[in-house]
Design a protein around this ligand. Structure first.
Ligand code: SRM
Ligand code: SF4
Length: 579
């Protein structure tokens, strides 16, 4: 029998292996007067929470003038469950002025700053740590920011997912001292929770010197409330209760959305149920899943390295057996859960007598000064100044937490003074829409998303109005490339950047993150999106059942039988089939 040579490791594997636990030459690169860093430095910096980017609006101009690109760094925080205390927000607000003057709430409950010059990176990261947060492992081939159902409800299930998200975030944190050495002059990293036990990986008992094959994402959801899009994550946990008694955890593995156009071997995938474990088995199971992925994930091809491919190819039974071997824990059958929508709670809600929270709609998560110079950023600065804490939601919105009843009018007045639209005023399609940052900051964008979203929504709203379904609020998610950062493949309408100003259309998500959408059209120009969708929306207006969501309607009618604007070069079918 022919022996297959071992697959060659990807270049990033060597960068990690040679880095001495994420040090590489970063100290020298940061000290150099250059505005940017090397490819190896770029790969390592991600683990520390930062991406080198450049202002893509300026690229052509710079190229023509034979000048270097306008480099700037994105800094992403690690904020388990999206919690931000007011002093941290005020610090981030100040630090944003070192960059492009805005803050960006992310689809994983974090915050990003953009356009930070290289010489200010240390100031930013140190300041984040001084405010008891961190950027370590916000990016890179490690467990990323852990998301948790954000609703600030005073119920045991919500309390337990928040506490567990913080615990697992700490448990799966890299242990390298490189972060403290580079950014904090050796001072200890802000971290909570116990240390990992074993010591087989040098400075990294869990990850070892080459960390994971690829990024790894963990989510905690309250049963029924899928506002975290649990099934898009590598690892998911849901606490199971009998009345008030916490029986244990349902565990899910192998979700992930990234794909590449016209490469059918890459695809979005929803997580499988791995099973049910006891209340005290959460941490060993999380570590066990990470270990099995560490040892069996594909390290030769980064496009094929996510955990989802292991699950798809080896099957959930094989994976469960490996986790049981690694942990010694017997995994039982998952308990049934009835899931519903994933909507954020906008506006004011009382959590306990006299205490309120306010859900703010933040379109595409962008917090800036707005056209008038006051805007949302100024409002949030003033509200944080009152001592109000915030929580980012996975839909890029913001909860203002634990506001005493007497303070409500003060908060309302601040929002009104800064021209922030009342939460309930987001109508129709704007209510649940999301877009990723795309241009000008994202190096992978092939076209616009966040900046194109408002005009596209206006056009689409026109056809929903004309079809008599102005009240419909399907999830619409737009991205500037197929990587899926705004989770378009579980949206009812996904618009996925395919070429400059052109988008693939995906339809048929269920609005609750439980069903993948299907690609129905390729490379539709942004000005033609409404025309393309009109026949479907018109039919939805005429034939929808009582309360029937747009995504459910298109699936009931049959994605293959939908008619689109006939003069458009559209075709039904999976994107991988289209060209
Ligand atoms: Fe993402 C890469 C932004 C959530 C899948 N993502 C990127 C980068 C860092 C581009 C890069 O590699 O150079 C983007 C930076 C843009 C910028 O200018 O800021 C970027 N991703 C984002 C954020 C900010 C989008 C947003 O609108 O909020 C989200 C940050 C989350 C966080 O706080 O940690 C973000 N990214 C996601 C999600 C959604 C999620 O996790 O719930 C996904 C799909 C789920 C998944 O991981 O499968 C996602 N991002 C990707 C991928 C595709 C990964 C893959 O398996 O193929 C890439 C590209 C890559 O990793 O090579 C990517
Ligand atoms: Fe960038 Fe693509 Fe992610 Fe949008 S989906 S932020 S364009 S990587």
């Amino acid at each position: 029998m022919a022996i297959r040579p071992p697959a060659q490791l990807s270049a990033v594997e060597s960068v990690k292996a040679d880095s001495d636990f994420l040090r590489g030459a970063l100290a020298e690169e940061l000290a150099s007067p250059s505005t940017h860093i090397t490819e190896a430095g770029y790969q390592l910096l991600k683990f520390h929470g930062s991406y080198q980017q450049d202002d893509r609006d300026l690229r052509n101009e710079r190229r023509r003038a034979h000048e270097e690109y306008a480099f700037g760094f994105m800094v992403r925080l690690r904020l388990p469950g999206g919690d931000i205390h007011p002093d941290l927000w005020l610090a981030l607000d100040r630090l944003a002025d070192l960059g492009n003057g805005s803050l960006r709430l992310t689809t994983r409950q974090s915050v990003q700053l953009h356009g930070i010059p290289k010489h200010d990176l240390r100031t930013v990261i140190r300041s984040v740590n001084e405010h008891l947060a961190s950027t370590l492992a916000a990016c890179g081939d490690v467990n990323r920011n852990v998301v948790a159902s954000p609703a600030p409800l005073d119920e045991p299930a919500y309390r337990i997912v928040r506490e567990a998200a913080a615990r697992i975030s700490a448990r799966l944190l890299p242990r390298t001292r490189a972060y403290a050495e580079l950014w904090l002059d050796g001072a200890e990293v802000a971290r909570v929770g116990p240390e990992v036990g074993s010591a087989d990986g040098g400075e990294e008992p869990l990850y070892g010197p080459t960390y994971l094959p690829r990024k790894f994402k963990t989510a905690f959801a309250v049963a029924g409330d899928n506002s975290v899009d649990l099934f898009s994550n590598d690892l998911g946990f849901v606490p199971i209760f009998d009345g008030d008694v916490h029986l244990g955890w349902n565990v899910y593995v192998g979700g992930g959305l990234g794909r590449t156009h016209r490469k059918p071997e890459t695809y979005p995938r929803l997580a499988d149920a791995l099973g049910f474990v006891g209340p005290d088995e959460l941490e060993p199971i999380a570590e066990g899943v990470v270990r099995v992925y560490r040892d069996h994930g594909d390290r030769s091809n980064r496009r094929h390295a996510r955990l989802k491919y292991l699950l798809e190819e080896r099957g959930v039974d094989w994976f469960r057996a490996r986790v049981e071997e690694a942990t010694g824990i017997q995994i039982g059958p998952a308990r049934p859960i009835d899931w519903h929508g994933s909507e954020d709670r906008l506006g004011w809600r009382e959590t306990s007598p006299g205490r309120w929270f306010h859900g703010l709609r933040v379109v595409s998560g962008r917090v800036d000064d707005g056209d008038g110079g006051g805007g949302l950023r100024g409002a949030l600065r003033a509200i944080a100044g009152l001592g109000v804490a915030f929580r980012v939601t996975p839909n890029q919105n913001l909860y203002l937490l634990d506001v005493p009843a007497a303070r409500r009018p003060v908060v309302d007045a601040i929002l009104a003074d800064h021209g922030v639209a009342p939460a309930g005023s987001a109508r129709g399609l704007l209510r649940l829409a999301m877009a990723c940052p795309a241009l000008p900051t994202c190096g992978l964008a092939v076209t616009e998303a966040e900046r194109a979203l408002p005009a596209v929504l206006d056009e689409l709203q026109t056809i929903f109005d004309r079809a008599g379904v102005a009240d419909a609020a399907p999830t619409i998610r737009m991205t500037g490339c197929p990587n899926g950062c705004a989770r378009p493949y579980v949206a009812e309408i996904g618009l996925v950047g395919d070429a400059i100003d052109r988008y693939q259309i995906w339809l048929g998500g269920d609005g609750a993150g439980l069903r993948l959408a299907t690609a129905v059209a390729d490379r539709v120009h942004k000005l033609d999106l409404a025309r393309a969708l009109w026949p479907v929306v018109d039919r939805y207006g005429r034939e929808r059942g009582p309360g029937e969501r747009f995504g459910d309607f298109v699936v009931r009618i049959g994605i293959d039988r939908l008619e689109f604007e006939p003069t458009m070069p559209l075709r039904a079918g999976r994107a991988e089939d289209a060209s």
